[in-house]
Write a protein that binds this ligand. Structure first.
Ligand SMILES: Nc1ncnc2c1ncn2[C@@H]1O[C@H](COP(=O)(O)OP(=O)(O)OP(=O)(O)O)[C@@H](O)[C@H]1O
Length: 476
């Protein structure tokens, strides 16, 4: 029988050192469909994508792709020292009659490409390194879309995007589908999968589990992890009275009680990131547990009992030391506390690290492995794990669940509620407003560096937070 698939992989095995990333894995998608590839962190999605586009050679199995293929990976491939225009046209620059590149045509041509894809707020002469991560991702996607692919494969394309950019990408994916393109993507946000995908394939432990047209989130989580989730968010324990943290950061007053989870909401990029960084290392005066302190650098914050789990916009660029082992990365925040006369107490450290690795189900063959070899989401868990080890009284959690699979997100919610119930104070920001709506006792909605509204929590409905952020916008 003729194979009508645009991409088709069968019986694929692939190991990296001792880790079996794919085992007898299969995947197939048709022309004219949007197909989501779902699975836990480390399930083998990125590896399958790399096998499909020929970047990784399978140890065994067959792979076939029919049509012009374009792919965008989790790691951005733009060259930082080139302009947007140079990056967009790197592989197909405008040439004159003698075949030489005509530089003066680069910018107008890049402008045309950007406009054609609905991007009007980027100057093609800008150096890529000067762009925000979200804009870099947009440029990367435009570059891929502009090749007019027949097969388009996107690995977590929305992880770095802001909400309106997600809608922009979704529109392009639908347009391509209507033109007969086969679109494959991965995401850890079920709402996106539900919204976009005609079919979903679930991977687990490097193998294909099922391919379906209809799947609910809880069915998917069970298929991905073998676990049944009860109730999406944990109940909150009312906070205690003593104030854990008081600070005035720019125009924002923070008063955080022990046991309180205070959400920082609002549209993306309204000063939330700056607020968190100031509290951790920004020449900031804070009162922790009644004692006034000046925070100049992370060390001061850690000493004062403030821990931060901060997931940068580009999670690979900052935050984790990729060549260092999982163990050393986890232990970093507490190195000082666990050292005696300059010697780190290795046994205590090993025990603590093992405990975190188990609790967050970090998939690594050994804690001695470099973090750089872990799947994207597992790297993120290591970032999360650091502050758990730190035992800090005040926890600053910035977008820690981005790129993390659903089951682990639920573990994380329970963990945060648990830590608060034990009296820790938590300041929480998430690019998924849902999480702020359900997980916080109180929410400060930020707009242009100020507090636009304060809502009692749990707010329950993310739309209420978005509405509060927009209402203020109409007033100004
Ligand atoms: N270059 C590599 N070297 C060593 N191990 C690797 C390499 N690439 C992938 N792996 C391992 O293979 C497994 C599958 O990883 P993969 O990146 O395919 O997962 P994923 O499903 O895309 O996860 P995520 O959702 O976290 O991105 C992981 O255990 C990972 O550590």
């Amino acid at each position: 029988m003729m194979d009508t698939h645009a991409v088709h992989a069968e019986g694929v095995d692939r190991s990296f050192g001792g880790v079996r990333a794919l085992r007898d894995a299969s995947f197939a998608a048709r022309p004219g469909e949007i197909h989501a590839l779902a699975g836990e962190n480390g399930a083998g999605k990125s590896t399958m994508i790399k096998v499909l586009c020929g970047l990784v050679r399978p140890d065994r199995g067959t792979v076939r792709v029919t049509g012009r293929l374009a792919t965008a990976f989790q790691e951005l491939s733009l060259l930082p020292d080139l302009t947007i225009a140079e990056n967009l046209l790197l592989h197909d620059p405008p040439r004159g009659r003698l075949g030489l590149v005509v530089r003066r045509r680069l910018v107008p041509l890049a402008n045309e490409i950007l406009h054609e894809h609905g991007i009007n707020d980027l100057d093609p002469r800008t150096l890529t390194r000067d762009l925000s991560v979200a804009h870099r991702q947009v440029v990367e996607l435009v570059r891929v879309l502009a090749t007019r692919p027949e097969v388009l494969i996107l690995d977590e394309p929305t992880a770095a995007l802001q909400e309106q950019q997600v809608a922009w990408l979704a529109a392009h994916m639908r347009r391509l589908r209507s033109e007969g393109c086969c679109v494959v993507f991965t995401s850890h946000r079920w709402r996106e999968i539900e919204d976009l995908a005609d079919r979903v394939t679930v991977f687990r432990n490097g193998s294909h589990v099922t391919t379906r047209e209809r799947l609910t989130e809880s069915e998917a989580v069970t298929l991905m992890s073998g676990r049944t989730l009860t109730g999406a968010y944990p109940p909150l324990t009312p906070p205690a009275d003593p104030v854990a943290l008081e600070a005035r950061v720019g125009d924002v007053d923070i008063r955080l009680r022990r046991g309180e989870i205070l959400g920082i909401g609002g549209l993306a990029g309204q000063g939330q990131r700056e607020l968190f960084l100031k509290l951790f290392c920004g020449r900031q005066s804070v009162t922790v547990g009644g004692t006034q302190r000046v925070i100049r650098r992370p060390k001061d914050a850690i000493r004062a009992g403030i821990g931060i789990a901060y997931v940068p916009e580009d999670r690979k660029a900052e935050g984790l030391l990729l060549p260092m082992s999982v163990r050393d990365n986890l232990a970093l925040a507490t190195l000082e506390r666990r050292s005696v006369a300059g010697f780190v107490r290795r046994a205590a450290e090993h025990r603590a690290v093992r405990d975190i690795v188990d609790r967050l189900a970090v998939r690594t063959a050994s804690t001695g492995h470099p973090v750089g070899t872990l799947s994207g989401g597992n790297q993120q868990k290591v970032l999360m794990g650091r502050w758990l080890l730190s035992g800090a009284e005040v926890l600053l959690l910035f977008d820690v669940t981005r790129g993390v699979d659903a089951a682990t997100k639920h573990d994380f919610y329970a963990l945060v509620a648990d830590l608060a119930a034990q009296g820790r104070a938590v300041l929480l920001y998430s690019s998924e407003t849902e999480e702020i709506a359900h997980l916080c006792h109180r929410v400060l909605v930020m707009r242009e560096g100020r507090v636009a509204a304060e809502l009692e929590g749990p707010v329950g409905d993310a739309e209420l937070i978005v509405a509060a952020a927009m209402r203020e916008r109409e007033h100004v």
